[in-house]
Every structure is written in C-alpha cells, then in structure tokens.
Design a binder for this molecule. Sequence first.
Ligand SMILES: [Zn+2]
Length: 295
Amino acid sequence: MPELPEVEIVRRGLEQHVVGRTVDTVQVMHPRAVRRHLAGPDDFTAAIKGRRITGALRRGKYLWLPVGADAVLAHLGMSGQLLVGDPARPLSPHVRVRLAFADSGPDLRFTDQRTFGHLSFAPGGAVLPAAIAHIAPDPLEPAFELAAVTARLRARRTGIKRALLDQSLVSGIGNIYADEALWRARLHWARESALLRPVAVARLFASVQEVFAESLSAGGTTFDSLYVNVNGQSGYFERSLAVYGRAGQPCPRCGTLVRRDPFMNRSAFSCPKCQPRPRRRVPGGRRPGSAWSRS
Ligand SMILES: [Zn+2]
C-alpha cells in the first residue's frame, strides 16, 4: 500500500507533468474507479472535459488536481497508480480511467489492479475537497500545527501508536512510519497519549518528519522511480528500516533484539531496551504514580 512519502512522490510527478495542461477527453474504463462520484461516470467525464489543471495538492494519502474552483480527487487505495506516458502506448487491462490532453502530449492513466482506489469530481474543491475536510493535516503540510496536535493528543485516553494512526488527529502516518518514528523518539507504542509530555510529542513528530524526509529523498523525484515506488517494488525505504518487519534482529542503536507485538490485527515492532513498555495501564486515565516512566 502506498504510504505518504510515495503519494507525495506521485504528487510531485503530477505537478511536473500535468499541471497547466487542458483535459481533452476522459475515458472511464471501469465504473468502480469512480464509484465515489455518485452522479456516475458520464457526469464525471463531462465535469472534467475541457478543464485546465492548475495544481497538484495532497493531504495524507489523498491527492487532488484543482480545475478552476473545482478539483479531481484521487485516492490510490492499495495498488493504484497515476501514470503519465506516451498516449500511443498499449492500454494495460488495469487502466481504469484515462485522461488525454488537448496538447496531444503524454496522457494520464489511473491504473488499479485491486480497484480499492478511486477518483471523483469535487465541486468547489480546489482549496480542499469537502469529502476530505474531516481529515487532519499531515506532518508534511504547512497547515500542520504541532501545538494543536499536541493538545488533541494529550486530550485522548489511548495508546500513542493508535493515536498516530487516527486520521482525524493527524493524517498520513501508516503502520511502518508509526513504528519507525516511535523507535527514533524512544517511545513504546502503548504509552498513553494523555500522559506524554509536550517535549516527547515534539520529539515524536520531529521523528515522523525525519523518516518521511529520508524516505522522500531515497525515493527520488523522477517519473521512472515514481512508477517503481508506487508499485511497491523497489523496496528503497525497506533497506533503512530500523525496527519495522525486523523482529529478532538487532536494534541498530543498542543491539537488543527487536520484538514484535500483536497490534490491532497487525503488528507493532519495537526495541525492548530503547522503548521500554509502560509499567502499568492507568484505569480510567488517572495520572499514574512515580512508577510510571515518563519522558
Ligand atoms: Zn535499542
């Protein structure tokens, strides 16, 4: 599944290759790809035809292309790709939507093998489509405010990893990046968010931004690497993972063997020494006694 840095790389590719161009024709090959556009594929097609794309924006894993005051909204789902290329190239069976441009240059193809991704037309959505207005800013956006997020986190009675994955609190952080950022910040995933000091939250989000930045620079910004990255085939970031997927291997910082715990039907990876487990749960969210290790 594409994570936030991969989606940001797609956004950069779109900015470079489709912004400033006018859509000539839209073909919906598979109606499921536009299922979120309730007025149907014909309406979707008519709404976009002839419009000039003026930008490429992102919040969390959503992308949108403003067209005048409106926008085309996209989510890549598990396997979606937005590919730009020679309009004469063969059409793969996984192409769901194709946009051809008035300049007859490279076309834009939304391909999606598993069809969990989708496109829709967002009236009045150039600045922020209404469908995603409930999603909190992600840590790479200028709209991200550490103080506001810290206050919301500390108002929750939940584990810190669960809070990081909550898209209404902060968007774009998936399982991999949550584990990596918690390891960097030396915080156990089960630490209660309400009990974290602001300085620890600041350290955590600095870590989130670091792992995103490293992943982005590792992923490159060329369109060829975009294809590979979004396809999930290059493994460019995997090489630099400290704990995620590394159960039983040494922590790169202290050498202690990384542990895997079950977490929300998935896993949480952590270093038992760098990220000590909180000593006890706090019933009803009361403040703990001195036995609690705080930071
Ligand atoms: Zn360690």
